[in-house]
Design a protein around this ligand. Structure first.
Ligand SMILES: Nc1nc2c(CCc3ccccc3)c3nc[nH]c3cc2c(=O)[nH]1
Length: 373
């Protein structure tokens, strides 16, 4: 086991866990939401503001960074933390998921994925070994195995093929992971909508000495009840002593439901992407700032928020910025959304710690319904 990376469960409330992941670059309070920083930036935010919003860890992407500016270049410049001036933990995805959703002319075989860059058409090959090498060059604190995430719905045989390939890639990833103090590598459960396949995947990964295990293959357009059903099937087969990361999830309601089923880590493009499109997430529900109803509203998004973007600017001003396509509109709404997600996670952590998660969720949901606008 790599010393320097450790996860502790500090409190539980039914299946929900409140804990912390200690790394040399900082502690990650769980349940945690990890803002997506795909191209070495959380779009439209200074990293200082991401930190001020309460984030303990950011996400990076092998796919984007290997294409531009290149992993070796980032390594020469001191690694990803130095490059983007974020000294705290970074988790990087292995690239397979992004290849299948972004690249052109993809070919997948036992060796890995071959593809053409969506940026300049250049050809690349990503194997489990190369993905781990890139994540090491970036200096990633938590590295993800290369996996194959099938689109849903898909046949059981297709889900089985991809799940077994991902398990073989898990072994190869774990074998070449460069053990460094405080660095971690996570396996990823696949299996589509098949309970049998997901249980087999989870049990196999549990025996492979990973530092944490992610539940993949979800948040790919399936209904929430399917996602939750797969979580209820999978989570009991994941080691209680290791962090569980649900990839790509999700809306605030998805996160709350997944926390009650024992998930510790989340990521989603929603808060940042929605911010760029004029949509605000608040404790009172979502606010569509482009809507004319906000044109004369002097109230801020949330007077109780600790985030200046949510507390100090009128909806009328935000409406104006969004309508005018002003860059500041994207910046303020992105900051407000990231801050709200962090506030939600802080509330969940405190509620689990106090053994009052059900009450907290009831209060939270009541507020959401109150203010959709
Ligand atoms: N490797 C992998 N990634 C996934 C992502 C990207 C999460 C990500 C991590 C780091 C940066 C950006 C995105 C998914 N997003 C939605 N559903 C997802 C499923 C998978 C999956 O099964 N495997």
């Amino acid at each position: 086991m790599t010393q320097g990376f450790s996860f502790s469960v500090l409190a539980t409330d039914d299946l929900a866990r409140q804990g912390e992941i200690v790394t040399p670059r900082g502690t990650i309070r769980t349940p945690a939401f990890m803002p997506v920083g795909t191209a070495a930036t959380v779009k439209a935010m200074f990293v200082e503001d991401v930190r001020a919003a309460g984030a303990d860890i950011l996400l990076g992407n092998v796919y984007h960074l290997m294409l531009r500016p290149g992993a070796e270049r980032i390594a020469r410049l001191g690694g990803l933390h130095e490059f983007m001036r974020w000294p705290y933990p970074i988790l990087t995805d292995s690239g397979g998921f992004q290849v299948m959703s972004l690249a052109k002319l993809r070919k997948l075989d036992e060796s890995g994925v071959t593809f053409q860059s969506h940026i300049d058409g250049s050809r690349h090959h990503l194997s489990p070994e190369r993905s781990m090498e890139i994540q090491d060059l970036l200096g990633s604190d938590i590295q993800m195995q290369l996996d194959e995430c099938v689109r849903l719905p898909c046949s059981e045989s297709e889900a089985e093929r991809a799940m077994r390939l991902s398990l073989r890639w898990a072994e190869r990833s774990r074998k070449v992971f460069r053990e460094r103090p405080g660095r971690a590598v996570f396996g990823i459960v696949q299996g589509g909508e098949s309970k049998r396949l997901r249980i087999e995947s989870a049990q196999a990964l549990a025996g492979m000495d990973f530092h944490g295990i992610a539940v993949g293959g979800l948040a790919v357009g399936e209904p929430q009840d399917v996602m939750l059903d797969m979580l209820e099937t999978t989570a009991p087969h994941l080691p209680e002593s290791k962090p569980r990361y649900l990839m790509g999830v999700g809306a605030p309601d998805d996160i709350v439901e997944a926390v009650t089923r024992g998930i510790d880590m989340f990521d989603c493009v929603m808060p940042t992407r929605a911010g760029r499109h004029g949509l605000a997430y608040t404790r009172h529900g979502r606010v569509t700032l482009r809507n004319a109803r906000h044109a004369d509203d002097p109230r801020p998004l949330d007077a109780q928020s600790s985030c200046p973007a949510a507390r100090d600017y009128s909806r009328a001003y935000l409406h104006h910025l969004v309508k005018a396509g002003e860059i500041l509109g994207m910046m303020l709404l992105t900051q407000a959304n990231v801050a709200y997600y962090q506030e939600l996670m802080a509330g969940l952590r405190a509620a689990i710690g106090a053994g009052r998660l059900a009450d907290f969720i009831a209060e939270t949901r009541a507020n959401w319904i109150e203010g959709e606008s």
